[in-house]
Design a protein around this ligand. Structure first.
Ligand SMILES: [Fe+2]
Length: 593
């Protein structure tokens, strides 16, 4: 079954296409609706409490058409009966079922906790487009069953959008979702054995309009804040800086100098307006980003940001470029922050205080809970204090950054290396890599096409001369709850990690702590020099339970941790330690090469 899914997904992924037609995408359509609602309805309480039914009355015909047909699409080789199984808790949604003459059947599906009502429509050969789940963002996503009108013809799907959707068979125990562990417990006899098109539960809020209009507790001002360091290229010679201001400040400047110098150098930033109509008290801000180049390796610089006027400079911070030649260094890795950002901020502050020499902070996705809503990002940066102004953040994209169907705000927040996979398929900065000292870091995006990152991943691992290799991604190949291991990731990337010997995979998503034994070919390897250690951790305050796992070396839950990975040149050694918020050591291991 695993191999079958791999093959099917490979086919589907290779056929992934963006939205069809010349008109606005779902994302742009939703953005335009938000903007119009803000302009038309000034009463925030009313906006915030509008029901999905009332929201519908504000949609134009064109918007209803796009939202009702371009969320999920494919091209079929033969005429089909298309069955949409929708969460029975929806009174009348998805809205497009009736509008587009789908017929309600008497059939139902069930999983452990949800009942689905089945609607049907016949489509001719060609393009089939289905709409969004709801404007409320509530309830389970619908899934789809396909039956060929001509029973002798095998269904072949082409241009499946989004490409992550994959194919299964309607049977008890089958999951109707690509990304959620629900399993079918009851199926209509008539649909037994038919083709299932698995959908993505996390796309249920792509068109969420209800209850999104809210204030940010941390609005922008004319004074720069959210000053964040990232790397957009080689950490030895470059440094990216980004920050925000209110819209009144429409230009940005970085001044910087070596620690020992007296004269500042200046670099004009790129300034971009960021409009988030759902942020009621601060809907438009400016974000500024600058990419410093030709820096000296292994050198500490001072910098501050402003708009170039002498009275507008931020506090002066320092950053240090990566050394030219490998030296011992350490970095911090954290799992999901997402919930409990205030507590996460304390964990981050404690980690920085305890590990002031850590060169950078890796975050393995789900930095925030509501990735499409700016108030949550403002809370994240507020909780981080000045730490990312002093040490670069190395982020990966989690499913919560994907709210709204695309990591729009994440991509506005972080300038990252544009050295990832072919951008025909994977947008720049979603996956990237860099080298620091004698270590290679490869950040992957498990929310998007796995297969289209694989060749790049392999080339990157093949070509690096680094002694240490780390991969960073959100959805764990090996999870503290093995029943939800992402077997597709371990099947496709695992052999590559094995072949080129990745030392440690830094993962997130499962809201507890787990470190595996070194694994090779999905089995315990004798030593860490022969297998990859997979870690899941959580830095926020949402915790999941665990199941016993034979490959788990250390597991615990209900504890937020940060991990220090200390790479020592002497002895070719990696010393790994996991600490809780009070600095109590929770796990450790050493790898020597
Ligand atoms: Fe997650």
């Amino acid at each position: 079954m695993l191999i079958k899914n791999v093959v099917i997904t490979l086919i589907f992924c290779s056929m992934a296409f963006a939205h069809v037609g010349e008109h606005a995408s779902i994302h742009d359509t939703v953005h335009n609706i938000k903007q119009r609602l803000r302009q038309k309805i000034f009463d925030i309480n009313r906006l915030q409490t509008m029901s999905a039914t009332e929201l519908h009355s504000h949609l134009t015909q064109e918007e209803r058409k796009i939202l009702g047909s371009e969320h999920l699409s494919f091209v079929t080789n033969t005429a089909l009966d298309v069955y949409v199984a929708k969460d029975i808790r929806f009174q009348d949604g998805p809205f497009w079922l009736q509008e587009r003459n789908f017929q309600k059947t008497s059939w139902t599906f069930a999983t452990n906790n949800t009942t689905y009502q089945v609607w049907k429509k016949t489509f001719p050969r060609g393009w089939v487009g289905l709409g969004v789940n709801s404007l409320s963002g509530d309830n389970k996503h619908y899934f789809v069953v396909l039956c060929a009108k001509d029973k002798k013809t095998n269904i072949k799907l082409d241009k499946v959008y989004p490409g992550q959707h994959n194919e299964g068979i309607v049977q008890i125990g089958e999951s109707p979702y690509v990304d959620f562990p629900d399993k079918l417990t009851q199926i209509p006899q008539e649909l037994q054995g038919k083709m299932l098109l698995r959908t993505m539960q996390e796309r249920s809020n792509v068109a969420k309009l209800a209850g999104i209009f809210t204030d940010t507790n941390y609005p922008a001002s004319i004074h720069p804040d959210q000053i964040v360091l990232t790397w957009g290229a080689d950490p030895r010679t470059t440094q990216s800086v980004q920050w925000r201001t209110s819209k009144e400040v429409n230009s940005g400047m970085v001044r910087y100098r070596e620690q020992s110098a007296t004269q500042w150098e200046f670099l004009q930033a790129k300034t971009k307006k960021l409009e988030t109509p759902e942020t009621v008290n601060d809907p438009v801000i400016n974000r500024h980003s600058a990419h410093l180049t030709n820096l000296k390796p292994g050198t500490t610089y001072q910098y501050s940001v402003g708009n170039g006027n002498s009275d507008n400079w931020s506090k002066t911070f320092e950053f240090t470029t990566a050394p030219q030649n490998p030296q011992s260094f350490s970095f911090v890795y954290m799992g999901d922050a997402q919930n409990g950002l205030d507590t996460w901020g304390k964990l981050l502050a404690n980690s920085f205080q305890a590990q002031p020499n850590a060169a950078f902070f890796v975050m393995a996705g789900d930095l925030v809970n509501k990735g499409a809503e700016r108030f949550d990002w403002d809370h994240f940066f507020h909780s981080a204090g000045d730490i990312f102004s002093q040490r670069p953040i190395v982020p990966a994209i989690g499913n919560h950054e994907m709210h709204g169907g695309y990591p729009t705000l994440y991509r506005e927040m972080f300038k990252l290396p544009r050295n990832g996979p072919d951008t025909t398929w994977i947008d720049p900065e979603r996956a990237y890599s860099f080298e620091y000292g004698n270590a290679c870091f490869i950040v992957l995006d498990t929310n998007t096409l796995i297969d289209f990152q694989t060749k790049w991943l392999e080339e990157r691992l093949k070509n690096t001369k680094a002694l240490w290799k780390f991969v960073i991604y959100h959805h764990p190949a090996y999870s503290p709850r093995p029943s939800i291991n992402n077997t597709y990731i371990s099947a496709v990337w695992g052999p590559i990690f094995d072949k080129y010997h990745v030392d440690v995979a830094l993962q997130g998503h499962d809201h507890s702590y787990m470190r595996t034994h070194p694994l090779k070919n999905h089995k315990k390897a004798p030593t860490a020099n022969e297998g990859t250690i997979y870690v899941v951790s959580v830095s926020g305050t949402k915790f999941y339970s665990q199941n016993p796992y034979k490959n788990g070396a250390v597991s615990f839950t209900n504890v937020s941790t940060y991990q220090l990975l200390d790479i020592q040149i002497e002895g070719r050694k990696l010393i790994y330690k996991a600490y809780d918020i009070n600095g109590v050591l929770k796990d450790e291991f050493v790898i020597e090469k």
